[in-house]
Design a binder for this molecule. Structure first.
Ligand SMILES: *Cc1c(COP(=O)(O)O)cnc(C)c1O
Length: 376
C-alpha cells in the first residue's frame, strides 16, 4: 500500500534530539527552542516567534491576545480544519462562515465585507494547501473596518504572497508542525507569529501560565509572579531539537516536495485537458510550498468511486474537511453568511494524493497510473 503521508525525516534530527536529551534542560524554552525561534524571527521578519505545542494552541493564544469575548464575531471560511473555529469559540465568539473561491479553495475576499457587522472582531484566513489568500485586499478591508487579521498558516511554512512569507502578513499568524505538515517537531507542534509589536509581551506571559517568567529570565524583573491569565503553551526541548534538525534541511525538503508536486501536475495535465479532472490553481502572486496535491472530480459519487478504486490499487488517497457550517458544532456556534456557491460543492469533489518528503518516482508513477486506469 502506498501510504498517504510519511512524517518528514531527514536524519539530521537524531543527533539534535540526543543532544537535547543529554543536556540538563529538557523542558521548554531551552537552547533549541531559542534557536528555532530566532531562525523563524529572521526568516519571517516578525517581532516574535514562539514555539507552541500545536497550531491549535497558537490559534488559541491569538484569540486570547486579541481579547475575543462573548458576543464577538469572527469571519472565516467554512472549508477548514476545526481548530480554526474552535480557538475562537472557546473564548465565546460567534463564527461567521463565508464562501471560498473555487480556484484556490481559499476564503473569497469578495464575500467578506458583506459579513462584517459592528460586532466583527477579526477575519481568520486559511492559506489552503500553502497557497496564499488575497492578502492585499483582505488587509485593506480589515484596516478600513478596524478589525484584526489572523493567518491560519498551518500549511503555509516556506510559501509566500508577493514575496512575503505566509504568517507574517496579518496581525498574528500560526504554523503547524504536526507530522502531516511539511516540517514537524516530532509529531506535534506549532508556532505563534507575532507581527504586531503590541502583543509581544503579553504573548510571552500567556504562554508561561500567565506569569512574567520570561522577563525574569532575561533579568528585566527581579521576581516572577502571576500577572495575567495564561496556560502552558511550551513544547519540550526534545520537540524543538527535532524541529531544529528539519530547519537545517528546509531547502532540501521544500525542493523535494515541489518535485513531487510538479510530477503529479505534469502527469495529470492531459486528464485535465480532457475535462475529466480539475487541477489546483496557483495565482501569480503566490509561491506555494507543495504542501498537498489535490485534484477535483465531477462530484461526490465519482469521488467515492475513485477513492475505492485507488484503495483496490493499493493507493491510499483521502479527502478532508466536511465544511464546518454543516457540522453539529458549526451549526451551534456559527452561521454561514451569503450564498454557499462553492464551499459544499467544491469540498465534495476534492481528493488528496499521497505526497511526502522523499516520495519516489516509483510511487508517484503508481499513483498516476492508478488514476489514469480509473478514467480509462
Ligand atoms: C493542521 C491544521 C491545523 C491544526 O494544526 P495542529 O498543529 O494539529 O494543531 C489548523 N488549521 C489548519 C488549516 C491545518 O491544516
Amino acid at each position: 500500500m502506498i501510504p498517504f503521508n510519511r512524517p518528514p525525516y531527514t536524519g539530521n534530527e537524531d543527533a539534535h534530539v540526543l543532544d537535547a536529551m543529554r543536556s540538563d534542560k529538557i523542558s521548554g524554552d531551552g537552547e533549541y527552542t531559542l534557536r528555532c525561534q530566532q531562525w523563524f524571527r529572521e526568516q519571517l521578519g516578525c517581532h516574535k516567534a514562539l514555539l507552541t505545542p500545536s497550531c491549535t494552541h497558537a490559534l488559541e493564544m491569538a484569540a486570547l491576545l486579541i481579547d475575543i469575548r462573548p458576543g464577538d464575531e469572527v469571519i472565516m471560511p467554512s472549508y477548514t480544519f476545526v481548530s480554526t473555529a474552535n480557538a475562537f469559540v472557546l473564548r465565546g465568539a460567534r463564527i461567521v462562515f463565508v464562501d471560498i473561491r473555487p480556484d484556490t479553495m481559499n476564503i473569497d475576499e469578495a464575500c467578506i465585507e458583506a459579513a462584517i457587522t459592528a460586532n466583527t472582531k477579526a477575519i481568520v484566513v486559511v492559506h489552503y494547501a500553502g497557497v496564499a489568500c488575497e492578502m492585499d485586499d483582505i488587509m485593506a478591508l480589515a484596516e478600513h473596518h478596524g478589525i484584526f487579521v489572523i493567518e491560519d498558516a498551518a500549511q503555509g511554512m516556506m510559501a509566500t504572497y508577493k514575496g512575503r512569507p505566509l504568517g507574517s502578513i496579518g496581525h498574528l499568524g500560526a504554523y503547524s508542525f504536526h507530522e502531516t505538515k511539511n516540517y514537524t517537531s516530532g509529531g506535534e507542534g506549532g508556532l505563534l507569529i507575532v507581527n504586531d509589536a503590541r502583543y509581544v509581551e503579553r504573548a510571552e506571559v500567556l504562554r508561561e501560565k500567565g506569569t512574567n517568567r520570561s522577563q525574569f529570565f532575561r533579568g528585566m524583573v527581579d521576581k516572577y509572579s502571576w500577572v495575567d491569565v495564561g496556560s502552558s503553551y511550551l513544547p519540550s526541548e526534545l520537540q524543538a531539537a527535532y524541529l531544529w534538525g528539519q530547519l537545517q534541511a528546509v531547502d532540501k525538503i521544500d525542493a523535494d516536495r515541489r518535485r513531487a508536486w510538479h510530477y503529479y501536475y505534469g502527469a495529470l495535465a492531459p486528464l485535465a485537458e480532457r475535462g475529466r479532472i480539475c487541477l489546483p490553481t496557483i495565482p501569480e502572486a503566490c509561491r506555494h510550498n507543495a504542501h498537498m496535491f489535490y485534484l477535483k472530480v465531477a462530484d461526490i459519487d465519482e469521488r467515492s468511486r475513485l477513492l475505492a478504486f485507488l484503495k483496490e490499487q493499493d493507493v491510499m488517497a483521502v479527502f478532508h474537511y466536511v465544511p464546518l457550517h454543516a457540522s453539529v458544532a458549526g451549526q451551534r456556534w456559527g452561521t454561514f453568511i451569503g450564498d454557499d456557491r462553492y464551499t459544499s460543492l467544491e469540498s465534495d469533489r476534492l481528493i488528496r494524493l499521497p505526497l511526502w518528503y522523499g516520495i519516489g518516482e516509483k510511487e508517484l508513477n503508481c499513483v498516476v497510473a492508478a488514476v489514469m486506469r480509473y478514467f480509462d
